[in-house]
Design a protein around this ligand. Sequence first.
Ligand code: PMP
Length: 447
Amino acid sequence: EHMDKVMAYFEQRCQTSKQIAEHAKTVIPGGVQHNLAFNYPFALAVKEANGAHLTDVDDNRYIDFLQAGGPTLLGSNDPVVQQKVIETIQNCGPVTGLLHEYEVKLAELVCRHVPSVDMFRMLGSGTEAVMGAIRLARAYTGRKRVIKIGGAYHGWSDQMVYGMRIPGTGRHEAHGIPRSSTAFTQESFPNHLAAIRRKLMFNRLRGGTAAIIVEPLGPESGTRPVTREFNAGLRQLCDEFGALLIFDEVVSGFRVGMSGAQGYFNVTPDLTIFGKCLTGGYPMAGGIGGRKDIMMVLAGGIGASGSKRAFVGGTLSANPLSCVAGYYALEEMDKRNAAFHAGRAGDRLTAGLSDIIERLKLPYVVYNQGSVVHLQTSGVLLLNARNPIKLLKEVKPRKHMMEEMGAAYMAHGLVTLAGSRMYTSMADTDDIIDEALNRFEDVFKLV
Ligand code: PMP
């Protein structure tokens, strides 16, 4: 089999990674600590990352379309941001627990760019920000139920990981999560407003709905895209039923444009979750933004919010390094028009891949939302966007197919997210994209 040869080639040229990865397995459960890294046939160990490129510990060079899973819209390790972080660490170290000027500057910048955001609160991760926003929505509305969209990822908290399926099996990721933790989480289909209305009506008889939370590009970073009408319809439904609309813009925030997917679709949520691009790839990337009267509940019921309170915390939340990194990363993204350039690179990559797929008559599908590019080579998810879960049961892709494709790309000097998604950055020049397309074509011809 061709794929066997590719895998052998991968193994042979990544010997040092292999050694590190095997050692990792003895001290780290599963050998990898972040679930977007590919672990098949073993994880790649990185030596250098700059702009659009990665170099592994065996000195293989890659075009990097993982881009850390989305935060580095300027490209990896941007020198301007890096310099500001170095200056800050020299001045005050990583954290003091007191106020730092750049906390305020970052909050102000987010408020300026995202019209629905009057106030902003920094937290440690997208997961934490989602937890905080849901608590805030519940405290503000005095209701418990939260509706999410099937297949969406909102971090790994007990209440939100509900509904995630183990890939290829359709089974719930329920291990270690008691039913009571998810008792007030409901799931509905994307692009299906009538089903959501039914849930809202049902909930109205049982204490009401606190919030609808969505990824505005569609569940799991737009893999199953939703329409503008769907987002706008959710806004109307929330108004009608007194629920808050929460946009999870962890992926889309600043990447789709400085005002996020809400600016792109022109739909105004009550609360917005930020992460990833918020700190340009530096640690502790999470935040909640929103309307003042709602956000003030986080201040413990001062002013318009009366006695309502919602507590959030975090020893390292809003530390100077994350805030300085975020401030300059966002400034640079804005100044250099990063979303536009990265989006053009995504369009070029998608158009090129589409040509190759057509020319080679392959059963693959590629589509993008600007700098978020989806490449489906195992046919699992796409055919029924409304109910991907059902499809997972019906189609049985070859075992490890996505993993093998991912490894085949890596053997040809291309890093992707799980072999099926790519994030472009503004470091992706036309030449880099064209080189990547040659490599993709080589892989497609081989496997
Ligand atoms: N929401 C969305 C839409 C995400 O894509 C992610 C992470 N990929 C999260 C929330 C969780 O963010 P974090 O990994 O920072 O906890």
